[in-house]
Design a protein around this ligand. Structure first.
Ligand SMILES: Nc1ncnc2c1ncn2[C@@H]1O[C@H](COP(=O)(O)OP(=O)(O)OP(=O)(O)O)[C@@H](O)[C@H]1O
Ligand SMILES: [Mg+2]
Length: 296
């Protein structure tokens, strides 16, 4: 990934020819609803620019996390990379080709699991595999399902339905399902956000282990500074919205495999952590000030 600056622009020479994902001056505007009036102001609801002119280049096999204040546009950006939401301005290229919709090259792990409630663990994974490859042989399909259930530590729970699983187990199914289609890129929207600290820690270690094995490109959203520092090669810090931008991209130099107990001992750790805390504090405070100011 090249450096992105406050204005979000990346010059031609900074663009990496080896980039797998190129995000170029991407803007997202949500249209105001025609005929809708704000009850307080009486004004017609206007367009809302969520993110503006965001650029970054992501090389293959890198683990990138996106961090920023709540509501700044992280999910919006990830959904556009997933092809689930149209882009208003700019381009997102995947291996040089513009993204026009979702595809089997990208696996998505949703924050709210998004499993089919009437399907078992194995059936949820099977559904994804067959959707991507309808002609797959039953033997190969079943091997992929078994391998991925094993990979996320759910062997024995194959026949359970989502309502019979804990939150952490559901999230594991989500991860297994996303990986089972063998995507080039794994997209994860706060995958551990709803979990208790212990389960979250286990799953972080699991993701670290899976990533060591498979070395996929990962783009993950998180609110946790420690999680970002443990897992990432690069951390993208977004500014507050509206018209959110990339403030800075941090390079995380710690060797792998990483370990939550030892990572804090690297001299650079506390400096990076403090920088992220300052960024999040500044941006969140500005959001709060705007909110309180807006109420007066
Ligand atoms: N479909 C939509 N229509 C209108 N506005 C939207 C829509 N989706 C998101 N927004 C607005 O765009 C902004 C960014 O939303 P988004 O969900 O991307 O934020 P986020 O950074 O993921 O926040 P969080 O950390 O709370 O998940 C917010 O102000 C939100 O209200
Ligand atoms: Mg979000």
């Amino acid at each position: 990934m090249s450096l992105a600056t406050m204005d979000g622009a990346i010059s031609e020479e900074q663009r990496s020819p080896s980039a797998q994902v190129s995000i170029r001056n991407v803007t997202k505007v949500f249209p105001g609803k025609k005929g809708f009036f704000n009850k307080l102001t009486g004004k017609a609801s206007s367009n809302f620019t969520a993110i503006e002119e965001i650029s970054m280049e992501i090389e293959p096999n890198t683990f990138v996390t996106i961090i920023g204040p709540s509501g700044c546009g992280k999910s919006t950006l990830l959904n556009m990379i997933a092809g689930l939401m149209p882009i208003t301005g700019g381009d997102i290229l995947l291996n040089g080709e513009p993204i026009t919709g979702p595809g089997p090259d990208r696996g998505m792990v949703f924050q709210n699991y998004a499993l089919m409630p009437w399907m078992t663990v194995a059936e949820n994974i099977r559904f994804a595999v067959e959707t991507v490859d309808p002609k797959i042989s039953a033997k190969r399909r079943d091997r992929i399902i078994k391998e991925h259930i094993q990979l996320v530590g759910l062997t024995g729970a194959e026949k359970k339905h989502p309502h019979e699983l804990s939150g952490g187990m559901r999230q594991r199914v989500g991860i297994a399902r996303a990986l089972a289609i063998n995507p080039q890129i794994l997209l994860m929207d706060e995958p551990f956000g709803a979990l208790d600290a212990l389960t979250r820690g286990f799953l972080q270690d699991e993701i670290e282990r899976i990533w060591e094995q498979q070395r996929k490109t990962v783009i993950m959203i998180t609110h946790s500074i420690e999680e970002a520092l443990l897992l990432s090669d690069r951390i993208v810090m977004m500014t507050r919205g509206p018209a959110a931008r990339v403030d800075e991209i941090l390079e995380i130099p710690f060797p792998r495999p990483r370990n939550r107990e030892t990572i804090e001992q690297y001299p650079a750790y506390s400096g990076l952590k403090a920088e992220m805390e300052r960024h999040l504090f500044r941006e969140t405070r500005a959001v709060e000030e705007a909110r309180i100011g807006g109420k007066k």
